[in-house]
Design a protein around this ligand. Structure first.
Ligand code: DX5
Ligand code: ZN
Length: 331
């Protein structure tokens, strides 16, 4: 994981399909954050690529998250194969004829991120009935089916911010993906429209260009776009930055962690190096993503004050009843 806000999901569609293991290793070494897998059935789109079997082999070759982009007519019929292949997220098209909500529920029930993709012609409102079931909205900025096509600026302009709105129910972790024609010329434009994940294919496999430099350049340009297009010139908070929200004795920290996580915000609970409690154990720090710190304070600021009071009372009661237990030699 690297600093900054923008993430790159590298598409292997334009890689040497006879040597995918090598392509995936190169992409990982180049700093790609995840692998984007374009599955095409020559029915939903006029092209045929690879399926779950190939993906299950790629799964053994990398720790990077695998995003399946299913451009197939029957995603529900074949879903289990992609779950079994080890995809971390599964996005299919809202334009299919199968019932959509049950498929999204099955993806989530399997503990994966569920997404819907939109062809350029499809309006974002087509996703409205499913918004509560979505973790990912994938905006196609080319007609699905091939890599190396020209980026559709108007489509991006019309849809990327609307896509964010469709994920507003998620306090944390909702992702807007832009797919098609993303490269060093278009990265700043999509960054300024708040995109989270840039799917990049042919631009990474351009002869004579260093793949690692291309990844860094595209991310930097997207973050620049976000900084000046949406964030009043303020650099974006790096996605992987965590901040300490509070520190509490373990049993109380546990309860508060569950409370915050119930609202969809991940918490990392770590034994801190701060206060040693009368039971000989140090306080635990509750870390939350810096990108949602303001929301955590808004939602849980009052609770934090009362948990801190409860902790003080617990310490006093412990000392009254059991005195102070010396911490173990390695507190
Ligand atoms: C097209 C695919 C895209 C494609 C992106 O149908 O969904 O993921 O591989 O490739 P580029 O970046 O070359 O447009
Ligand atoms: Zn794709």
């Amino acid at each position: 994981m690297s600093g900054g806000r923008a993430r790159i999901a590298a598409s292997i569609l334009d890689a040497d399909l006879s040597n995918l293991a090598y392509a995936v290793r190169r992409l990982e070494a180049a700093g790609a954050d995840r692998i984007h897998l374009d599955v095409m059935d020559a029915h939903f789109v006029p092209n045929l690529t690879f399926g779950a079997k190939t993906i299950s082999h790629i799964r053994k070759r990398t720790e990077l998250p695998l995003d399946a982009h299913l451009m197939i007519s029957e995603p529900g019929r074949y879903l289990d194969q992609y779950l079994d292949a080890g995809c971390d997220s599964i996005t299919f098209h809202v334009e299919v004829e199968e019932a959509i909500a049950p498929i999204l529920r099955r993806i989530r029930a399997a503990g994966r991120a569920a997404g819907l993709a939109l062809r350029p012609v499809t309006a974002p409102d087509a996703l409205r009935p499913y918004e509560e079931l979505l973790d990912i909205v994938m905006v196609m900025t080319v007609e699905p089916g091939f890599g190396g096509q020209v980026f559709m600026r108007d489509v991006a302009k019309e849809k990327l911010l609307a896509a964010r709105d469709l994920l507003s129910h998620k306090a944390y972790g909702g992702e807007v993906h832009v797919d098609g024609g993303v490269n060093r010329e278009t990265a700043e434009f999509v960054g300024a429209l708040g995109v989270d994940i840039l799917v990049v294919g042919s631009a990474l496999f351009t002869k004579g260009r260093d793949m690692g430099r291309e990844v860094r350049l595209i991310k930097a340009l997207a973050d620049e776009g976000y900084q000046y297009g949406l964030n009043n010139g303020v650099p974006p908070i790096p996605r992987d930055r965590m901040v300490t929200f509070t520190s509490l004795p373990k049993p109380i920290a546990r309860r508060f962690t569950d409370e915050i996580e119930a609202g969809g915000i991940p918490v990392v609970m770590l034994r801190g190096d701060g206060q040693i409690n009368p039971d000989g154990v140090r306080d635990y720090d509750l870390l939350v993503p810096a990108t949602v710190e303001a929301l955590v304070v808004e939602r849980h600021g009052d609770a934090r004050a009362s948990y801190l009071r409860e902790a003080a009372e617990w310490r006093e009661a412990f000392i009254r009843e059991r005195g102070v237990i010396a911490p173990p030699s390695h507190p």
